[in-house]
Design a protein around this ligand. Structure first.
Ligand code: PFF
Length: 444
C-alpha cells in the first residue's frame, strides 16, 4: 500500500498551522502572559519562537521528510539504533499523554460553546465553571470532543486532516480579526492594550529566569514541538518543498493568531473590569472560563460574541487534537501494519480511559497539563535536535537544502550549527530548571 501524502503545499501548511494554533494560543497564551508581566513575557516569547522554535520546527521537518515515517520508525530507520527508536517512541507516548488532558479542555470548550447560545453561565461564571470542571459532565464532554477528533483522523491525511483544516484555519482567522477589532474599539480597552504591548523592562529584570522558563515552555507547546507531530506531518511530504520557507510561514501564522487572541482577551478584560480580576489576574485555567466568559455577560450582544469566541476556540482545539492522535496512529500503521481504522479506534478507546481519569482528578490534571507536559516536550525536542545535529549531521543539511530556494539554502549551515550546539544546551538548561522547580528548589 502506498503511503498517504498531502494533496497540496497549502494543505500541508494549513494542517501544520492547524496543529500549532490551538488552546495554546487562546487558552494558555493569555494566562501565561498575564502571569508573567504582560509585555515583558511577550518580547521574550517572540525571541524564543524565532531563535529556538523555528530551528526546532525545521529539525522535525527534516527528520520526517527524510524518513517518511512516524517519529519512532523515523529515528530507528535513519540511525539503525534501537535506542534512538526509543527516543522517537517517547514522542509517540507524549502524544497520547497530551491528548489525555487536551481533550478534557476541549470538552470544556464544547460545553461553553453550547452554553453560550443561551448564556447559561452569564449569571455566575465562577460557580458555573466550578460545577462542570471535573466530574461526570467533564467526562461526557471529553468523550464528545475525542469522538470528533477521531472522526477526522479516520478520514485519513488528505480527506480527513487536510480537508478539515483547510476550512477551519481561514474561519478562525476571520472570526478572530473581527473579535479583536470589536474588542479594541470598546471604551476602556486602551488599558488592556498597554498592559499587553508596553514593554516593562523592570519586570523582566526582576523575574528573568521565571519569564524565560515560562516563555520557552509556551513556545514549544504552541508550535507543537518535542512530540513528533511535525515529524509525522512532514513525513507525508515530497522532497520539492522549501522546508525553511514553510516553517517560517507556519511560525508567523501561529504567532499572529496568538497575538490576535491577546488583542481580544486583554482589551475585553480591561474594558469590562478596568483591571485583571479573578482568575485572570492570577493566571490558571480559569482565566478563560471565568474571567473572559464573565466579560461577555457584561457587554451588549454578549451571547453572540461568546458563541463566536468559543466557536473559534473549539475549531482551533480540534485542529490540534487531530495532530496529537495522528502521531500514534501513524506509528501503529507504519510499524505494526495496523489499518488506519483499527489504529484510530483503538487509540481513541485508550485516550477515552486516560482522559476520563484526568477529567475526574483535578490534581492529576493540573500536574499533567503543566509541569509534566513542559518536561516531556523539552526533553523530546532536545532529543530530536541532538539526533539531527549529531546523527544526521551533513545528511540533515542535504535534506534541508532539497527543494529550498537560494535565500533559504544560505541559512542551512547556521541552522545546523545552532541545532548541534546552543539549542540543545538551552533546552537542557530549561529542563534542569524545570526539574529543580518541580522538586521545590529555587535557583534564582
Ligand atoms: N500547539 C497546540 C496548541 O497550541 O494548542 C498544542 C499541541 C499540539 C502541542 C500538538 C503538541 C502537539 F504535538
Amino acid at each position: 500500500m502506498t503511503r498517504e501524502s498531502w494533496h497540496t503545499r497549502v494543505g500541508f501548511i494549513l494542517a501544520a498551522v492547524g496543529s500549532a494554533v490551538g488552546l495554546g494560543n487562546i487558552w494558555r497564551f493569555p494566562w501565561m502572559t498575564a502571569e508573567n508581566g504582560g509585555s515583558a513575557f511577550l518580547v521574550v516569547y517572540l525571541a524564543i519562537i524565532l531563535l529556538v522554535g523555528v530551528p526546532g520546527l525545521l529539525a522535525e521537518f527534516v527528520i520526517g521528510r527524510r524518513s517518511q515515517r512516524n517519529p519512532a520508525g523515523a529515528l530507528y530507520r535513519l540511525s539503525g539504533s534501537k535506542s534512538w527508536g526509543a527516543v522517537g517512541l517517547f514522542g509517540v507516548v507524549t502524544g497520547i499523554v497530551l491528548l489525555s488532558f487536551y481533550s478534557v479542555v476541549g470538552g470544556w470548550i464544547l460545553r461553553y460553546f453550547l452554553a453560550s447560545f443561551t448564556g447559561s453561565y452569564f449569571g455566575s461564571p465562577g460557580a458555573y465553571f466550578e460545577a462542570i470542571d471535573f466530574g461526570a459532565s467533564a467526562v461526557g464532554y471529553h468523550v464528545a470532543f475525542l469522538g470528533l477528533t477521531a472522526l477526522i483522523v479516520l478520514g485519513g491525511v488528505r480527506d480527513g486532516i487536510e480537508k478539515a483544516t483547510k476550512v477551519m484555519m481561514p474561519a478562525i482567522v476571520v472570526l478572530l480579526v473581527a473579535l479583536a477589532a470589536w474588542a479594541v474599539s470598546q471604551p476602556g480597552a486602551g488599558a488592556g492594550l498597554s498592559f499587553y504591548l508596553d514593554f516593562d523592562a523592570a519586570y523582566l529584570q526582576d523575574n528573568f529566569a521565571d519569564v524565560v522558563g515560562a516563555a520557552a515552555g509556551q513556545a514549544l507547546f504552541t508550535l507543537s514541538l518535542g512530540v513528533g507531530t511535525m515529524i509525522t506531518y512532514a513525513s507525508y511530504l515530497g522532497d520539492d518543498h522549501d522546508l525553511a520557507f514553510d516553517g517560517a510561514a507556519i511560525a508567523v501564522l501561529n504567532t499572529g493568531v496568538g497575538v490576535l487572541a491577546g488583542l481580544v482577551v486583554f482589551p475585553l478584560l480591561f474594558a469590562t473590569f478596568g483591571e485583571l480580576t479573578g482568575p485572570a489576574a492570577g493566571g490558571g485555567p480559569g482565566a478563560l472560563f471565568v474571567s473572559i466568559a464573565g466579560a461577555f455577560s457584561q457587554v451588549p450582544f454578549g451571547e453572540v460574541l461568546a458563541v463566536l469566541f468559543f466557536g473559534v476556540i473549539a475549531l482551533a482545539a480540534l485542529s490540534s487534537s487531530i495532530s496529537m492522535l495522528e502521531i500514534p496512529v501513524a506509528y501503529l500503521v507504519d510499524e505494526h501494519g495496523a489499518s488506519r481504522r483499527s489504529a484510530t479506534l483503538g487509540l481513541a478507546g485508550l485516550v477515552l480511559l486516560t482522559g476520563s481519569v484526568n477529567a475526574l482528578n483535578p490534581g492529576l490534571f493540573t500536574f499533567v497539563s503543566g509541569p509534566l507536559v513542559d518536561l516531556m516536550l523539552t526533553a523530546g525536542l532536545a532529543g530530536f535536535l541532538v539526533f539531527v545535529g549529531w546523527v544526521l549531521g551533513r545528511d540533515a543539511l542535504a535534506e534541508f537544502d532539497s527543494g529550498a530556494g537560494r535565500a533559504t539554502k544560505s541559512l542551512g549551515p547556521a541552522w545546523l550549527w545552532s541545532v548541534r550546539t546552543i539549542l540543545p544546551l538551552f533546552l537542557l538548561a530549561t529542563l534542569a530548571l524545570n526539574l529543580l522547580a518541580l522538586a521545590g528548589v529555587s535557583v534564582f
